[in-house]
Design a binder for this molecule. Sequence first.
Ligand SMILES: Nc1ncnc2c1ncn2[C@@H]1O[C@H](COP(=O)(O)OP(=O)(O)OP(=O)(O)O)[C@@H](O)[C@H]1O
Length: 257
Amino acid sequence: MTSIRVTGLRVRHRRTLALDSVDLDLGTGVHGLLGPNGAGKTSLIRVLATVARPDAGRVELLGEDVADHRGRTGVRRRLGYLPQEFGYYPGFTVREFVAYVAWLKEVPAAGVPAAVERAVARVGLADRIDAKVRTLSGGMVRRVGIAQAIVNDPGVLLLDEPTAGLDPEQRVEFRELLRELGGTATVVVSTHLVEDVAAACTEVTLLAGGRVAYRGTPGELTRLGADTDGPGDHPIERGYTAALRAHRAHGTREAVR
Ligand SMILES: Nc1ncnc2c1ncn2[C@@H]1O[C@H](COP(=O)(O)OP(=O)(O)OP(=O)(O)O)[C@@H](O)[C@H]1O
């Protein structure tokens, strides 16, 4: 089932065209969003999270057109979003902060305490649940950000560089959580870490210069790299650079299935 349908999306920041003519259909699974700095990843995630409005095009989330006020309000309860710069209240405990977000998402009050404990446990912070957020390390704060994004069991989960600041062990655990979440939700994860994509994603979308440069599975991107001698220490990194170069030379490429 398609949970995210984007057609003809255009986003401008003053004179910069951040996204242009973007069409995407994403269903249940984990979708890795890759691309060089300035490719438009954050601009796309912000539009999907309904915090920014597009200049042109249509965005449907879970069957609702987000240009429509009612549709947007309804869908926000079923969204989870971890922004790149994530604001929190340092004086809140982890439990208080995640419960506050559950309340914003209108999780039924009776279910909030259990939903909070479950979300915090899923990111491996159960033992710090009553610690104040300001006493946590940067990586732990990032995990609180992931917990608040999943507290309402979202149908669409948007994570902007969720693994930034996580240590290697935490990244491995996080990939496992991603795979689990992608079993039932449509998860979009932007990242610069190609190995996270290879390990946890069912599909890859590569953005470049505000356009979709490549779509395929991590396996297909890896195979693209195996056939080239371009830069990269790992076949999927070579696939990434090969897809980017092909896009710059010829335009969008779809994996040949
Ligand atoms: N608030 C803004 N004002 C002006 N230009 C902006 C703004 N936000 C983004 N841009 C520009 O829009 C383009 C896309 O930026 P965006 O942050 O979406 O890219 P990104 O792929 O997320 O990059 P990164 O990998 O560096 O996070 C870039 O050219 C950027 O400079």
